[in-house]
Design a protein around this ligand. Sequence first.
Ligand SMILES: Cc1cc2nc3c(=O)[nH]c(=O)nc-3n(C[C@H](O)[C@H](O)[C@H](O)COP(=O)(O)OP(=O)(O)OC[C@H]3O[C@@H](n4cnc5c(N)ncnc54)[C@H](O)[C@@H]3O)c2cc1C
Length: 505
Amino acid sequence: MVDVMNKQSSYQKDQLENNIYDYIIIGAGYGGLSAAALLAREGYKTLLLESHIAIGGCASFYKRKGILFDVGATTFSGVLPHQPLGRLFKELDIQPNLKKVDPGMIIKLGEKEIFRYADKITWIAENERVFHLPGLTEFWKELYSLEQKSWDLTSSNYMLPPQNLSDLLKLAKLSNIKALPLATKLFQPISKMLAKYNLHQSTEFSRFLREQLLITSQNDIEDTPILPAALGLTYPSETYYPYGGMHMPGELIKNKYLEYDGILKFKAKVEQIEKTDFGYKLTTAKGEQFNTRGVVSNIPVWNLTNITSGNLQKYFNEISNKFTFSWGAITLNFAVKSDVSLPSLYYQIHIEDKIPFVNSDAFFVSFSAEDDRERSPEGVRAVTISLHTKVENWLDLEKTEYERRKNIVTNGIIKEFDRAFPQYSGEEKSFLMTGTPKTFEFFTGRHNGFVGGIPHSVKQNLLSMPSNKTPFNHFYLTGDTAFPGQGTPAVVLGALNTIKRIISN
Ligand SMILES: Cc1cc2nc3c(=O)[nH]c(=O)nc-3n(C[C@H](O)[C@H](O)[C@H](O)COP(=O)(O)OP(=O)(O)OC[C@H]3O[C@@H](n4cnc5c(N)ncnc54)[C@H](O)[C@@H]3O)c2cc1C
């Protein structure tokens, strides 16, 4: 009898071992896709579970009658060879169809316009043309130098932020010791650098920086540390448009993942993660169960509190209680007839008449490229507008109140859009759709519809962000609520670092 039982349990063990994944990745946003493809390339047996029917998450898409709309993110940056997306494309040997947009962005500040030219010297001269302030050249030069050093530091140190002695020892190398003074820039706000160059007294320049920082670092001048501010303020000059939509490079990453024998399941919402003797057991909303030795979670940390238990849940509760704030987004999508060519595809518009229920004084407008036939027919442009809002403006409302607010916001934004682009003011805005935090919560499952990750802040700086490595065996975090934060370059960097950590273990 004992023999039979032993045989049975060793049979069950074999069965289990055969069905067990090395890693399950939760969520096919840019962070999860990158982590999955990099792991599969290393030969790990991987399963990627995505609750939606398409990849991309906040950088996903939908179609209406031959027009493809981006749902949130619209621009790529960080694609140069030493930057995260450039490194990922090289590692996976993929060549996404990206067009460099120059000027990378045009900012409309009332009557004035400022062009974010890609060439640094031209961009600095443009600053002087618009703001006429002594100190501007030195200010931008220092930002560019800090930007370069930040990329060098983050790409050569995958164990940031350090979690234990072994991480600290790996960080103790000459190049890092030389870079130590940089760390002070994590504890000082960018307003300090403005004062150093005597730029803080210009309300016009301060407003320009404030709006640029909000869309890049998700915070303001007084609380964004100098280092993330340097990355956030320099990147809008180096902007790339993805042909076919923001999800297209993601499709190439997905295809590579499948080529490397990775398994992907759509409509697979993870509803439970349990610790087991061999690793973890994941259960989906459909009741499917998967066993794995390791997990890479690419969903926001707040979401993990509801699907874990015991020590895991305690850990994610602690993180969630520490980082309680994130922005929500309002998005508007529509198509316009357009036979004029535009000087850029990306614009930031400073709002003149305050719009209720939103919390930024500017909005971001992206147009599909004139020659992008995957996005729209000839003579038509797909337009995406986004701006910041606090989620409490949108959650727990009666349906009529929710619709009322949505109408007010939609009309306010269209009025400002027509003012900024008079050539489209008489044109019909077809397929007009407004998204709110409720929409993001519904389609991406993100807790409260929080998007844009955890804002960079002096009080809770980069090194205190949730680490990619958790205290639990083979349980890792990627995505925009883990180090180093939000935006496609950052979540890809998080994935590159995490997989290096896994491989080097
Ligand atoms: C309006 C807006 C504009 C932006 N503009 C830009 C921009 O121009 N450029 C830029 O670089 N960045 C931009 N960003 C930020 C960028 O989109 C995000 O930081 C990035 O896409 C986040 O990727 P992620 O992989 O961390 O998460 P997500 O994209 O949120 O992916 C998470 C995935 O997990 C899935 N999921 C959730 N719960 C579960 C579950 N329980 N089980 C299985 N799957 C689950 C979701 O469906 C989703 O696909 C913008 C964001 C917004 C909202």
